[in-house]
Design a protein. Structure first.
Length: 181
C-alpha cells in the first residue's frame, strides 16, 4: 500500500530587507514519503527567498514536469521556476525554456559540488538561470527545525538568512554558483 504524504502547517513570516518584502504566508505543505526533513526545510527556505504574492508550492516530488515552487503571471505564463537538489542537465535545459527565470537551490555537500562541476559548462549558456548552494551544515541545521506545525521567521539581509523557530535560530548564507546574466 502506498504511503501518504505528511501534512505540515507552516506560518512563514518573511522580512526580506534586500527586496523590501515583508509578508506572512500561511502554507499547507505536503511532505512526500520519500522527502527528508532537510529537503522540506530547504523548500521552505527557497520559498522565503523568492516570496511574492503569486508564488506557489507545487506537488514537487509527486510530479516530474513541475518544479518545487513556481510563480505564474495573472495570464498564466510561467515567470519563475524554482528547483531543489541536483536536477539533470536535461531538466535544467527544459525548465530554462519554459520559464522566464529559473533558480536552482543545490544542497547536500560534496554531491552538490560534484553535480555543479559536471553541469557548470552547459549551464553557462542560460541567461535566465541562477544556481545557489546551501552549505551542508546549514541545510542539516534547518532539518532540526522541522515540525508538523511551525511558525518560521525568516529575515534576509545582504544575502544572509536567519531562520528562527521559537528560540532556535539557523543562519544560512547561500553561495552563488551562477547568477543571471
Amino acid at each position: 500500500m502506498a504511503q501518504k504524504s505528511t501534512i505540515y502547517k507552516v506560518e512563514l513570516s518573511v522580512s526580506d530587507m534586500d527586496r523590501h518584502y515583508y509578508e506572512t504566508h500561511k502554507l499547507t505543505v505536503a511532505k512526500h514519503p520519500s522527502e527528508t526533513d532537510e529537503r522540506l526545510m530547504v523548500r521552505l527556505l527557497a520559498f522565503a527567498l523568492n516570496a511574492g504574492e503569486q508564488l506557489e508550492l507545487t506537488k514537487g516530488l509527486s510530479t516530474d514536469d513541475e518544479p518545487d515552487i513556481w510563480q505564474k503571471s495573472l495570464s498564466g505564463e510561467l515567470e519563475l521556476w524554482v528547483a531543489l537538489g541536483l536536477p539533470s542537465d536535461k531538466v535544467v535545459r527544459q525548465s530554462c525554456g519554459k520559464a522566464g527565470k529559473v533558480v536552482v537551490y543545490a544542497y547536500g555537500g560534496t554531491p552538490a559540488e560534484v553535480w555543479w562541476d559536471k553541469i557548470r559548462g552547459s549551464a553557462a549558456r542560460f541567461d535566465n538561470l541562477q544556481v545557489f548552494n546551501i552549505p551542508e551544515q546549514a541545510s542539516s541545521d534547518l532539518a532540526g527545525l522541522a515540525s508538523r506545525s511551525m511558525k518560521l521567521q525568516v529575515n534576509i539581509q545582504d544575502g544572509d538568512v536567519m531562520v528562527g523557530v521559537d528560540d532556535r535560530i539557523v543562519y544560512v548564507t547561500p553561495v552563488t554558483w551562477k547568477d543571471v546574466s
